[in-house]
Design a protein around this ligand. Structure first.
Ligand SMILES: Cc1ncc(COP(=O)(O)O)c(C=O)c1O
Length: 385
């Protein structure tokens, strides 16, 4: 059986009539840049994130860039972010001329360890970017408490967590600004690149709105240097067709996750291959953008290849796709070598060496999920004896 990591066609094909109608509407309107399609989607999406303001932008990456620019972060500033995350979180900090300061994560739930912020803060620190990784909110209360005490802004990188809740509140606008991605792999995926900045702060919203359009207001008058970070009207119209289905997409992901967790429970102490399922905090919702297990060698593991890589290879031989999000922590990336030698971040390094993300897209069938589970169990039982 072939099980893909993600098949966007299964999600988009049933919506073809609505998506085609949206395309035709935009085509006939002749309004391709900003305009009412963008505004309507911004309002609807901001409501999902519990935010007063939503500013549509060209990607989740550009959302982070605009958020940093709106806060005036630049050369001489430091921004604390996790090392175990997608590159964009720290890449944007470097792109505005500030220094990304890497912090370690919780090895069980994969999110930024709040205690690390205190360890890394300096008089130059301006902001912290907690990432709600894989779909589960970070420890926002602890992070916000430290941020308030240390006078740091909080940008929530909610690229993977659109619609997730922390203690009953949607993530995104709990900190000063939040950034969301609609990259096709996300729970709400565009038919291309798209993103959103959210905030409850009217002044930051106004800055972000200006910055995404060359810092221009009124037309051809530039009070600040911005860029072209605009969301296309076409992507906004297509996303608006998919948005009402987001709760169903997420519920299906959560069902698959519950099934995986049930079937793979009790394997964390196995002698050769120890498999742990992702820790879920009861006070927040996990929207399961990724379902990531950790695969560790036990004392009886005798091969030079890591058990994670061996499992991944075996799954691929059997037709099951999986992915390593992320194989190299950011503090070890070549492009950040110029920052100087970095102290070890043991949890981030362990996560990079041990995580494996399984197919968990909403349209995964029961047979496919059962096949993935049986292949993992069989591989583990052969190794564990
Ligand atoms: C944690 C995180 N931050 C930022 C981004 C950037 O989003 P985009 O791909 O839309 O630019 C992503 C997307 O993969 C992400 O996972």
């Amino acid at each position: 059986m072939r099980v893909p990591l993600l098949d966007v066609r299964r999600q988009n094909q049933p919506l073809e009539a609505g998506l085609s109608a949206a395309f035709e509407r935009v085509l006939r309107s002749g309004q391709f840049i900003l305009g009412p399609e963008v505004e309507q989607f911004e309002n609807a999406a901001a409501a999902v994130a519990g935010a007063r303001f939503g500013i549509g932008v060209s990607s989740g990456t550009d959302a982070i860039l605009v958020a940093l620019m709106a806060l005036g972060i630049g050369p001489g500033d430091e921004v604390i972010c996790p090392s175990f995350t997608f590159f964009a979180t720290a890449g944007c900090v470097a792109r505005v001329g500030a220094v990304p300061v890497f912090a370690d994560s919780c090895p069980a739930c994969f999110n930024l360890d709040p205690a690390e912020i205190e360890r890394r803060v300096t008089p130059r620190t301006r902001a912290v970017i907690p990432v709600h990784l894989f779909g589960q909110p970070a420890d926002l209360d602890e992070i916000l408490e430290i941020a308030r005490r240390r006078n740091l802004a909080v940008i929530e990188d909610a690229a993977q967590s659109f619609g997730a809740e922390y203690r009953g509140r949607p993530v995104g606008a709990i900190g000063e600004l939040g950034t969301i991605s609609f990259f096709p792999t996300k729970n709400l995926g565009a038919l291309g690149d798209a993103g959103l900045v959210v905030t409850n702060d009217a002044s930051l919203a106004e800055k972000a709105r200006r910055l995404r359009n060359h810092g221009m207001h009124p037309r051809y008058f530039h009070s600040v240097v911005g860029g072209n970070f605009r969301l296309d009207a076409l992507q906004a119209a297509l996303l608006a067709v998919k948005l009402p289905n987001l709760p169903e997409y997420t519920a299906l992901r959560q069902q698959h996750a519950a099934e995986y967790t049930h079937a793979l429970a009790g394997m964390a102490g196995c002698p050769a291959i120890a498999i742990s399922t992702p820790a879920a905090h009861p006070d927040r919702t996990h929207i399961v953008n990724q379902y990531s297990i950790r695969v560790r060698p036990g004392p009886a593991w005798r091969h030079p290849e890591s058990p994670r890589d061996a499992l991944r290879r075996r799954l691929a031989e059997r037709g099951v796709a999986s992915e390593i999000y992320y194989p190299v922590p950011l503090h070890a990336q070549e492009c950040f070598r110029a920052l100087g030698p970095h102290p070890a971040l043991p949890a981030a390094e362990a996560c990079a060496a041990e995580v494996l993300s399984l197919p968990v897209f909403p349209e995964l069938t029961a047979e496919e999920a059962a096949f993935v589970i049986s292949e993992i169990r069989q591989f583990a039982s052969e190794a564990n004896g």
